[in-house]
Ligand binder design. Structure first.
Ligand SMILES: Cc1ncc(COP(=O)(O)O)c(C=O)c1O
Length: 381
C-alpha cells in the first residue's frame, strides 16, 4: 500500500481518536437481549410476523437479489406495486423506489437543482441532502433550524431569479426529533412558488391517521412538491422512495440519476416486506396516539430527572450531554446495563452537542422507562 496514503489516513484517524470522535464498528449478535433504544424500527415491523412472512414468500418467488440495475431487468412487478402503493398512500401521482434514502436524497438534490438555481435548506438537513446540493452546482443558503421567519426573510431578500428556488426540509429531524410547521411551509410555498423538497424519513408510520407521515398529521397531505422517504426506518425494511406530482421528476431520475441507473436494484424481498409493512402501518390507527403519548411520557420523566430534553412527541428524543467523552461515558454505562444506545457525536451533530439519541419503539413498556431512568441517574455527571 502506498506509504504516503497510509500516513495520511493514520493522521486523520488519529485526530478523531484524540477528540473522542473516532467511530468503531461493533457487530451486533443475533441474540443480543438488550433493550434497543438506538435503531429506527420505531414500530417493530422488521420482526413483525406478517412482514417477515411476506419477505419469505418473495424470497422464494424472486430469489435473493434483483440481479440487475432497474433499467436492465432489476425492476420487478413488486417494485412497481410498491411505488404505486406509496404514491397513492401519500397523495402523489408518481413514485419511484431507490436503493437507500441516502441515494434518493443525493439523486434528487444532486440532479434537479442546477447552476443558477438557489437552494434554501434548514441548517440541520441530513448529510445525504447536503451532499446532493453541494454536487448540484446550485447556490446554497442555510436558514437556522426550523426558523421559518428566517426562511421567509431569505425568500424576500432573493431577487427574482432566472432559475428555480428549492426549499429543503425534513419533517422530523433525525438527531433532534423535532420539525418545522408544515402548514406554514405549505402556505409559504403557495406565496413564493418555490419547489419544496420534504424528507419524511422519520415520520412515516409514526404520524398521520393512516401513518403516511407528518404531512397527513398536520393536515397538509401532498403539499410538498417532492417527498423523499425511506423503507428502512418505520417501515422495518430497506430501500427508499421519491414521490412527486410531476411525472417529469420520476422520468428525470430514471434517466439521469446515477444512484438509480448504475446500481443493482433493491432486492425484491425488501420491496415485498415494505408492502406488507405499509399494510400493518395502516392498521395501527388507534395505536399511533398512544405511541406519541409514550414519547411525551419519556420526555417528561427525563426532564423530571433533571435531563434537558425538548418537548415533542416524535420517536426520537435527544439526550444532549455536551462533550464527546461525556457522551461516550454515558453510552458505555447504558450499554453495559442492558440498553442498546449509540453515542452521537460531531460531525453528525454540532460541536459540544454530543448526545444519546433515544429512539422509541412500539412495545416499550413502563418498566423499560423506569430502569432506563434508574441507570441514567446512577451515572456520575
Ligand atoms: C432524514 C434522513 N433522510 C435520509 C436518510 C437515509 O435513509 P437510508 O437509511 O434509507 O439511507 C436518513 C438516515 O439516517 C435520515 O435520517
Amino acid at each position: 500500500m502506498n506509504d504516503a496514503l497510509v500516513q495520511r489516513l493514520r493522521k486523520s484517524l488519529g485526530e478523531r481518536e484524540g477528540s473522542s470522535l473516532r467511530r468503531k464498528l461493533v457487530a451486533r449478535a443475533v441474540d443480543d437481549a438488550r433493550i434497543n433504544l438506538a435503531d429506527n424500527d420505531y414500530l417493530g415491523l422488521a420482526r413483525d410476523p406478517v412482514v417477515v412472512e411476506a419477505g419469505i414468500t418473495a424470497l422464494r418467488a424472486w430469489g435473493a437479489s434483483s440481479s440487475a440495475s432497474p433499467l436492465v431487468t432489476g425492476y420487478t412487478q413488486l417494485h412497481q406495486q410498491l411505488e404505486h402503493t406509496l404514491a397513492a398512500w401519500q397523495g402523489y401521482a408518481h413514485g419511484l423506489v431507490l436503493n437507500t434514502g441516502f441515494a434518493a436524497n443525493s439523486a434528487v438534490l444532486g440532479g434537479l437543482p442546477k447552476a443558477g438555481d438557489l437552494v434554501l435548506a434548514d441548517r440541520l438537513v441530513h448529510a445525504s441532502m447536503l451532499e446532493g446540493i453541494m454536487a448540484s452546482g446550485a447556490r446554497l443558503r442555510r436558514f437556522p433550524h426550523n426558523d421559518l421567519d428566517a426562511l421567509e426573510l431569505m425568500l424576500h431578500e432573493e431577487p427574482a431569479l432566472g432559475g428555480v428556488i428549492f426549499v429543503v426540509t425534513e419533517s422530523v429531524y433525525s438527531m433532534d426529533g423535532d420539525g418545522p410547521d408544515l402548514r406554514r411551509l405549505a402556505s409559504l410555498r403557495k406565496r413564493f412558488g418555490f419547489c419544496w423538497v420534504l424528507d419524511e424519513a422519520h415520520a412515516t408510520g409514526w404520524y398521520g391517521e393512516t401513518g403516511s407521515g407528518m404531512q397527513e398529521h398536520q393536515g397538509v397531505l401532498a403539499a410538498a412538491d417532492i417527498v423523499v422517504g425511506t423503507l428502512g426506518k418505520g417501515l422495518g425494511s430497506q430501500g427508499a422512495y421519491v414521490l412527486s406530482h410531476a411525472s417529469e421528476v420520476r422520468d428525470a431520475l430514471v434517466n439521469f440519476a446515477g444512484e438509480f441507473v448504475y446500481s443493482t436494484y433493491l432486492a425484491p424481498v425488501s420491496a415485498a416486506s415494505a408492502l406488507a409493512a405499509i399494510g400493518r402501518v395502516r392498521e395501527m390507527v388507534a395505536e399511533r396516539p398512544r405511541l406519541q403519548a409514550m414519547s411525551v411520557e419519556w420526555r417528561d420523566a427525563l426532564c423530571a430527572a433533571d435531563f434537558a430534553v425538548p418537548t415533542g412527541d416524535s420517536p426520537i428524543i435527544p439526550l444532549i450531554l455536551g462533550d464527546s467523552d461525556v457522551t461516550l461515558r454515558y453510552a458505555e454505562a447504558l450499554r453495559s446495563s442492558g440498553f442498546m444506545v449509540s453515542a452521537i457525536r460531531p460531525p453528525t451533530v454540532p460541536v459540544r452537542t454530543g448526545r444519546i439519541r433515544i429512539s422509541l419503539r412500539r412495545g416499550l413498556d413502563a418498566s423499560a422507562l423506569a430502569s432506563f431512568l434508574s441507570v441514567l441517574k446512577g451515572i456520575s455527571r
